[in-house]
Design a protein around this ligand. Structure first.
Ligand code: E4P
Length: 223
């Protein structure tokens, strides 16, 4: 099970790669423009912070030839642990095929259907990124679609992993994992919510009070 951070915010990346077991960072043109920073210095700083963790960066071009050029440039600047995110369109599938032939890591993005996942996997994509909440907004059963993708890859012995994306609540994240997504990319807000609950704080406070009654403020290593 892999958890990635869906952000290009340097402070968030620093903090949460330190706190949690994070496989990598995903971005898209919207996420990057939110930072209002120069493109390469921002991504080079992300790379510096995350070391050899995965960094998924999306191409912006319309044609497969230009997507390949962008992908090559991204790889050259950001290193081998970088994944080229390519929209799963006709042009994108062609770019994926060529990028894979060059040895690049590829993430097929903007995935809404099982048939897109099938096409991306056939082109050699390492990950497909189905958009959970955006599918829900179209009245599509995201759980079923992701479950179908997982079955399809299993039946046909495909190595492509499912990196579910576009979440608006933690239930969606858990649902994606429960139906077979191997990875999820999540905003820092949602990740924090996973372990934020008054009932957890209540339990921890209870243990603390009882400890203090007997041992004061001594830590275990001081006893
Ligand atoms: C991954 O990086 C996707 O691009 C992202 O999760 C999409 O999220 P959104 O639907 O909230 O824009």
């Amino acid at each position: 099970m892999e958890i990635l951070l869906d952000t290009a915010n340097l402070e968030q990346i620093k903090k949460y790669t330190e706190l949690y077991d994070i496989t990598g960072v995903t971005s898209n043109p919207t996420i990057i423009s939110r930072e209002k920073a120069e493109f390469w210095p921002l991504l080079l700083e992300v790379r510096k912070i995350i070391g050899d963790r995965q960094l998924h960066v999306q191409v912006t071009a319309d044609t497969w030839e230009e997507m390949i050029k962008e992908g090559e440039c991204i790889r050259e600047k950001l290193g081998k642990d970088t994944y080229i995110k390519v929209p799963t369109t006709e042009q994108g599938i062609c770019a994926m095929k060529h990028l894979k032939a060059e040895g690049a890591n590829v993430t097929a993005t903007a995935v809404y259907t099982t048939q897109q996942a099938m096409m991306a996997s056939s082109a050699g994509a390492d990950y497909v990124a189905p958009y959970f909440n955006r599918m829900n907004n179209l009245n599509v059963d995201s759980k079923k679609v992701i479950g179908d993708m997982a079955n399809l890859f299993k039946i046909h012995d495909k190595k492509t992993k499912i990196l579910a994306a576009s979440f608006k609540n933690t239930e969606q994240v858990m649902d994606a994992l429960m139906v077979g997504a191997q990875a999820v990319t999540v905003s820092v807000d949602l990740l924090t919510t996973m372990v934020e609950n008054a009932i957890i704080d209540f339990a921890v406070e209870g243990f603390k009070k009882d400890w203090i009654k007997t041992y004061g403020d001594k830590k275990i290593y001081e006893l």
